[in-house]
Design a protein around this ligand. Structure first.
Ligand SMILES: [Zn+2]
Length: 298
């Protein structure tokens, strides 16, 4: 397969294991409908355009902390500066930096929301129409007009190995709230991977830096979007997944506005994961995305 990568002004060609030739956008012979365009929204947020469909994953543009006892308010202007529409919104888990802007976006654009019981209950609490909502709990295979997706149960935070770092049981919101959404309501609610198929391209999205490794067997992602997490030992997961390309995300300071830019220290977090993945398999291509810049994959 071929991958053409466009990052802002730079058009970089990348080859994947099985194929060598990568062409620039203009040299491509493939029809536009087969291209997958990804735009990083900061944190674990993505906008994916494939054929006529626009998909968001964990879109969070408000970029500020949710305060436990205070009502959550999306920064609508910040969202609309970036998001111009959405057909589907996928939620990897239910912390504020992943789902707090989802109800506003879903209502504004009539987008369908796919997420855990917690995500769905918080969406209902915020007034999203029930007909727009799909609850997942892992294991689902969902087919849509232009793409399909498999939902894979995962886990949040550090790895629990040899009893060293225990995984806290994930808290849930089990019914719609009777009052406004407060910061404290954004509990984990279970963590999920989404394994998308766009034409011939398979893309695995990881919302938070951990896996249930046995759930990865059999996956063969062309692209794995991985969440930076220095507590996680990536060796086993990378050996199982053997992605052709890794895109690093969730390495930025998610409560700092885009206008503040990104320091070299922050960028180093992504480079640390890049080094770790390279040390496991040096043939894996690594992409460290820039805020709001597009990457086109074929
Ligand atoms: Zn989280």
């Amino acid at each position: 397969m071929r991958i053409v990568l466009m990052v802002s002004l730079i058009v970089a060609s990348i080859a994947v294991r099985s194929v060598q030739a990568a062409e620039s956008e203009t040299g491509s012979a493939l029809p536009q409908t087969q291209r997958v365009t990804l735009k990083w929204l900061g944190t674990a947020g993505w906008e994916i355009q494939f054929a006529q469909t626009k998909i968001l994953i964990d879109p969070f543009l408000t970029r500020k902390q949710a305060v436990a006892g205070e009502e959550w308010k999306t920064d609508e202007e910040a969202v609309l500066n970036v998001i111009g529409g959405a057909d589907y919104i996928f939620a990897g888990h239910s912390h504020a930096d992943h789902i707090a802007d989802i109800p506003f976006i879903a209502k504004r654009f009539g987008a369908k929301v796919i997420g855990s019981r917690t995500t769905i209950n918080l969406s209902l609490s915020a007034g999203v129409d029930r007909a727009q909502l799909t609850t997942i709990s892992g294991g689902e295979k969902l087919a849509f007009k232009d793409f399909s997706v498999e939902v894979i149960e995962s886990q949040h935070g550090v790895l629990n190995r040899g009893g060293q770092k225990r995984q806290p049981k994930s808290a849930e919101i089990t019914s719609p709230l009777s009052g406004p959404i407060l910061g404290k309501h954004f509990v984990e609610g279970g963590s999920y991977l989404y394994y998308f198929t766009f034409g011939k391209l398979r893309l695995l999205d990881q919302s938070t830096g951990n896996f249930i490794e046995e759930n990865l067997r059999g996956l063969e992602p062309d692209i794995a979007i991985l969440a930076e997490n220095s507590n996680y030992d990536w060796t086993e997961a990378i050996k199982i997944l053997r992605p052709k390309t890794v895109i690093v995300h969730h390495y930025d300071d998610w409560h700092v506005p885009f206008s503040s830019g990104m320091t070299a220290a922050v960028r180093k977090r992504a480079q640390r994961l890049e080094r770790e993945v390279k040390s496991i398999d040096r043939n894996i291509r690594i992409i460290i995305p820039e805020f709001l810049k597009s990457i086109t994959l074929e």
